[in-house]
Write a protein that binds this ligand. Structure first.
Ligand code: IMP
Length: 431
């Protein structure tokens, strides 16, 4: 089975959008398997910047079939808008396939997400994207969710929506003192979106399995990152889906072995949005500088990202848990101009030295142990480097250091937002 899975090795925003775009042209099928409108994959082609929320980035390549799998949660109204905007740019959407089993995000999910976040304060606030992701996955697990395929029959949809909305309105009005949501606008707008999306809706598990059996090249597109995985991330400061490579099988409806080669994406430093532990965070001028040079503002919410040094104990944990076979290192250029670089090579956890660790402990218990590397020169055209040898020696040393420490090849180095700004040390993506 010639398949490849791309996942984030940190807290999302590793530059997966650009990497996925650089690789998608080599695939026949690109599959999103988890998450929803909380994701924001930024792709720059020529002078045009595209931000994808649910539609896989492969849609920019003619001939690539793009699948939104059953593990995703889909705001059908937002998806209709995303699809219309792409169609207006002349992109052929007949290749888009939407799982009938994906769960629908409704306005009451967004309202509950917002109400819960507002009711929390300080460290108990998760800092969600307020796209209704957590409440929608909670309904899926509670077996009161409504799936895309359920919109097919208006009578059944109406009965289910009424039942669920009654319960949500009781919570919204009595617990959170908010206004009740009206049934009719939600019902009518969803059916309108269904009519627009109906041609895309299929059994995507069947489609992807048949593609794999036919030997077609399938690329599984992860959103967020392993540290936001509901099981393996820094719970409760996580999203509500399986952002690790383990999410592929359940979220696309394929056998576990179909995951294929796993490529993990990591920045040359660390960022996260929202609350939660971040052992190497820089809350000083260096952090501000990284945010400015790395343009670290969220693609979905515009929020400034928290920035810090590269964290190897966290990355070793991420490599181990995702089974990453190779790494794409992104945004090296944003480190240029720092006198010296710091990299956390271990943690002291309650005084005990740990080389591999999920930093989900209370921050006071973890102390990063740093090593210094020589800083990268400024005024270098990093994006113009055609091959690894074109990079300055200090940049090559960072890459080699990461490889040595993680025991995994850095097979690709991303040097800028453009599609072409990717140094390939392993030319063949699919086996
Ligand atoms: P939710 O997914 O909106 O529920 O947000 C839960 C946590 O995941 C918050 O800390 C968000 O900031 C974070 N998060 C969700 N999606 C992304 C993403 O695509 N990139 C980075 N962080 C994300």
């Amino acid at each position: 089975m010639p398949s490849v899975t791309i996942v984030g090795l940190q807290w999302g925003d590793e530059g997966k959008g650009k990497v996925l775009d650089a690789f998608a042209g080599e695939a026949d099928v690109v599959v999103r398997f988890q998450g929803g409108g909380n994701a924001g994959h930024t792709v720059v082609v020529g002078d045009t910047k595209h931000v994808f929320h649910v539609v896989p980035t492969g849609i920019l390549y003619p001939g690539v079939t793009c699948v939104i799998g059953n593990g995703c949660v889909v705001d059908v109204v937002a998806l209709q808008e995303e699809v219309s905007a792409l169609a207006e740019r002349g992109i052929d959407l007949s290749r888009l396939k939407l799982s009938s089993r994906a769960h629908v995000v409704f306005p009451y999910h967004r309202e509950l997400d917002e109400a819960r976040e507002s009711a929390r304060s300080g460290a108990s606030r998760i800092g969600t994207t307020k796209r209704g992701i957590g409440p929608c996955y909670a309904d899926k697990a509670s077996r009161v969710g409504i799936r895309v395929g359920d919109l097919r029959d208006p009578a059944t949809f109406s009965a289910r929506l009424r039942r669920v909305l009654d319960e949500k309105n009781a919570i919204l009005t009595q617990l959170y003192r908010r206004r009740a949501l009206e049934f009719t606008p939600i019902y009518e707008r969803c059916l309108e979106a269904w009519e627009a999306l109906r041609p895309f809706v299929v059994d995507t598990s069947e489609l992807v399995n048949e593609a794999l059996e036919a030997g077609r090249r399938v690329l599984f597109e992860g959103a967020q990152g392993i540290m936001l995985d509901v099981d393996h991330g820094t719970y409760p400061y996580v999203t509500s889906s399986h952002a690790s490579s383990a999410g592929v099988s359940a979220g696309a409806g394929v056998p576990p072995a179909a995951t294929g080669k796993v490529i993990g994406v990591s920045k040359a430093y660390t960022t996260r949005v929202g609350s939660g532990p971040f052992p190497t965070e820089l809350e000083d001028e260096a952090g501000d500088r990284l945010r400015e040079f790395g343009r670290e503002f969220g693609a979905t919410t515009g929020r400034p990202r928290r920035c810090g040094w590269l964290d190897l104990p966290q990355l070793r944990y991420a490599v181990r848990t995702t089974g990453a076979d190779a790494i794409v290192l992104t945004k090296l250029d944003a480190l240029a101009g720092f006198g010296a670089l710091r990299v956390a090579t271990a943690y002291a956890v309650d005084g005990e030295r740990r080389r591999v660790h999920c930093p989900d402990d209370p921050p006071a218990r973890i102390r990063p142990i740093y090593e210094e590397l020589p800083g990268l020169p400024e005024g270098v055209d990093y994006a113009g480097a055609e091959c690894f040898e074109d990079l300055p020696p200090e940049a090559r040393e960072v890459v080699s250091f990461v490889e040595r420490e993680l025991g995994v090849p850095v097979a690709y180095v991303s040097t800028g937002p453009q599609r072409r700004a990717l140094i390939r040390r392993e030319p063949q993506l699919f086996a």
